[in-house]
Structure formats: C-alpha cells, structure tokens
Design a protein around this ligand. Structure first.
Ligand SMILES: [Zn+2]
Length: 210
C-alpha cells in the first residue's frame, strides 16, 4: 500500500467514525428498563397551614389511606396537600440504562427488568413523566402575588405529578406464566426479559388506554 492510498483510507475511516458519532443518538441499541410490578398509591399527606411554621420544619406530615382525615395537629382540612396524585402504575418504566447495567439488589428483587433494542429518544419518551402544567402555572402566579404558602403547595403538586408516566407496558401480555411468577417473587432476582420488536405494541400511551 502506498502512502497516498493509506491517507485516503485513513480519511475515509475518520469520516465514517464522525458519521457514526452523529448518528449515535438515533441508533438502535440494547437498553434495560426497570418496570414497576404493581400499582402504588401514595397515602402521604402534608398540612401546609402556616400556623405550623417552626413546629416541625414548616409542615405537618401524616399518613391517611382514607383520603378524608383532617390534620391531626390543627384539625383543619383547608391546608392539606395529599400526595395521592403520585400514583405509580403497574407497567411504568421507572428508568433505563444501557444493557449490562448492574442494577441494585432492591431493583433486581422488587421490579421487573426488560431489555429492548431501541433509540435513546424512544427510551426517554417511554420514561417521560406527565407534567402538571396547571400546577406549575399556579405556583408562578401565587409566587407573583406573594402568597408563598399556596405557591409552595402548587409547586409540590407540580413536582409530584411529574412522576406518573405517559406510557405503560402491559408486560402480562408478553411474559410467560413462569417469567411472571419469577418477577413477582420479591425474594428472587427478576430474570431480565428481552422484548422482541413485535411485542413493542404492548407499550401503550396512557391516552390510548383511557
Ligand atoms: Zn395542620
């Protein structure tokens, strides 16, 4: 090989590498997703009544599964903020990592894990939370009006409502009976299940379901 040919080939190889780098974000690669196995309802309640300021931080916090209990300290229901909007559903993708990720013990035992060949953009969309735009706008308005207690309550709502996902994976349609049993056994590490492209139809946008 002469020098000119070598230089031509080196230039060509460099161009290919650059192109690959540009396309990387769009390229299909194996990703692993953490899947929630059951619906989880949050029963935490905050009382944001300003009379509590300086008491325990600036709020009273209690658990209430009835959804109706007043604040145990001030007896009022007026300032309550219930976190029960923070519902995480069965089949929500909690997060994703490149395939081969070493998940923690809790993650391996208490969640399902699926491996999917997809683009970064797809993975991000499936893990995206629903934002409460109204609460965010309220928070800004209260802030402008100088009503900081209400602004804080609205901001809490905005933050918390971002947790539920836009997409849900109906994994019961995809897993075999034994795989499902394995996932639901919280004592054992969940087997990582590879989801083939044909089965991606079971990842549905919530708008399609409701
Ligand atoms: Zn209270």
């Amino acid at each position: 090989m002469n020098r000119v040919t070598f230089l031509k080939m080196a230039t060509f190889a460099a161009a290919i590498l650059m192109l690959a780098g540009l396309l990387f974000g769009q390229s299909v690669q194996p990703m692993e997703f953490l899947v929630r196995l059951e619906d989880k309802v949050n029963t935490q309640v905050f009382c944001l009544n300003p009379v509590h300021k300086g008491l325990r931080m600036d709020r009273v916090f209690f658990e209430d599964s009835t959804g109706e209990a007043p604040c145990p300290v001030c007896g009022s229901s007026e300032w309550l903020f219930r976190k029960n909007n923070a519902v995480s559903k069965q089949g929500h993708f909690i997060t994703f990592k490149p395939a081969g990720w070493s998940w923690g013990t809790n993650e391996r035992k208490h969640f399902g894990i699926v491996k999917i060949n997809c683009t970064l953009a797809q993975a991000q969309a499936w893990c995206e939370g629903i934002r409460n735009e109204q609460a965010k706008a309220d928070a800004e308005r209260y802030e402008d009006e100088g009503d900081f207690a209400k602004a804080k309550a609205a901001q809490n709502r905005a933050d918390i409502d971002a947790r539920p996902r836009k997409y849900v994976f109906d994994f019961e349609q995809v897993l075999t009976v034994n795989e499902l049993k394995d996932w639901n056994n919280k004592e054992k590490y969940s087997k990582i299940i590879t989801v083939i492209p044909d089965k991606l139809i079971h990842i549905k946008e919530l708008a399609e379901i409701q």
